[in-house]
Design a protein around this ligand. Sequence first.
Ligand code: GLN
Length: 543
Amino acid sequence: MPTESDTGYDPSLGRKFIFVTGGVMSGLGKGITAASTGRLLANAGFDVTAVKIDPYLNVDAGTMNPFQHGEVYVLKDGGEVDLDLGNYERFLDIDMTFDHNVTTGKVYEHVINKERAGDYLGKTVQIIPHITDDIKRRIREAAEGSDVCIIEVGGTVGDIEGMPFLEALRQFAHEEDEEDILFTHVTLVPYSKNGEQKTKPTQHSVKELRSIGLQPDILVGRSPNPLDAETREKIALFCDVPVDAVFSNPDVEDIYHVPLALEEEGLDQYVLDHFELTESAATAEAYDTTWRETVTRETDDEVSVALVGKYGLEDAYISIHEALKHAGLQRKTAVDSHWIHSEELADGHDGRLDDVDGIVVPGGFGARGTEGKIEAIRYAREHDVPFLGLCLGFQMAVVEYARNVLGLPGAHSAELDSETPHPVIDLLPEQKDLDDMGGTMRLGTHITEIKEGTLAHELYDGTTCEERHRHRYEVNPAYIEDLEEAGLVFSGTSGRRMEILELPEHPYFFGTQFHPEFRSRPTRASPPFVGFLDGIHATRGDN
Ligand code: GLN
């Protein structure tokens, strides 16, 4: 059972649930709206958590292609989930678990397994009640221990796949006290050719919602500009909500400013009033303003960072972009990170890397574009350009060193060239007999032991670090001694596994087998990223 939180809120009054649905079209920023609402409640002192519902049939996001879906986010328990969970972790500054991502695949797999086990005692197993019961159970379990749980339903109202979830929410609302439930619907408010804000798409989408028995309490209109008074009134009238329950969520220069914009709109106050939590909320003076102070910090300079990868979709590297931003907030530096297609660098960089202050080579799978990544790493190493290699980027740094310093022609990762004479990166032994691809990598948090006196030691300010992993390959133990003799330093290890590499003579050449980007937060930047910016500043002579 939850304990009393900092606000003195008595959980026996009932845990609060905020359901967030979306209308008109996907990609509206529904997740950011939901996470921002959570941030505001956390500022007021409540323990907030979130559940992301993904109505697709995949059990998890682990097998999904970043070209289509963006990054696969990794949780501490190894859950491979939708990138929205990354936003929740960053906005709420919490660590979530795999149970916080509910997919159709997970729910059906569980119910069908129970049916096969005979647990339904001969009954006909149906979407209502068996699937909907399982959805409700999952939401309640994930909410355990928090004051407020935000449940975001992926996709758009009206999608066939989302129906069982919306039905489960309808039932859920009936089972809880009215003042413990709040439905927020986020829609697009487009402009007509003559510059008028149009409410019809919102009206239609709310009509759709009401036809399945859900009445929104709050409407959030996404639009480039704030909603006009007239637009708000119209939405209120047609969608049957009070006019002060219609909120604007206009475009802002940075996603971390969305909570500030919603706060100015009074969304948090409205939610607290609805939940009858105003009395429990911290007094105005006690409101935590750390978020506001952090994200509005002035910057002193700007650096340009090249992200050399093969996935063209911005979302494919979202956690890395955010981690660079967090390091920038900490160092008062604006980071302009731009993507360079690794395939285009394969035959040399043609000056494309000349003007960048630092190079990041991110994680990835498959051979495409790897020669370009290796070229970029070589350039960084030879020209003293600060370099950060993450997972595959770490592995490619080992390959580059083996080829160009150790002198092993054709050295490669066995993943990318099965015929290589020097597989300096090889399959993890426990991966050898695996057939299934889903959820079978080395995943989640593992402890890395850090060697004293190294850069890693300085950055992490200690002899261990706990970071998240997602890989099948590792540095081949047969080559470690030779690589180290040639000057490469493995400053972090986990048993026989190499976790961190660095080059002492270089301004900043740092690679990690793990993904430090997943633990980076706006108010707690990740050490390798901060070190990277420090390396850039040192190289430019700023410090
Ligand atoms: N493909 C590499 C491996 O499986 C790297 C994975 C990654 O970058 N996440 O080990």
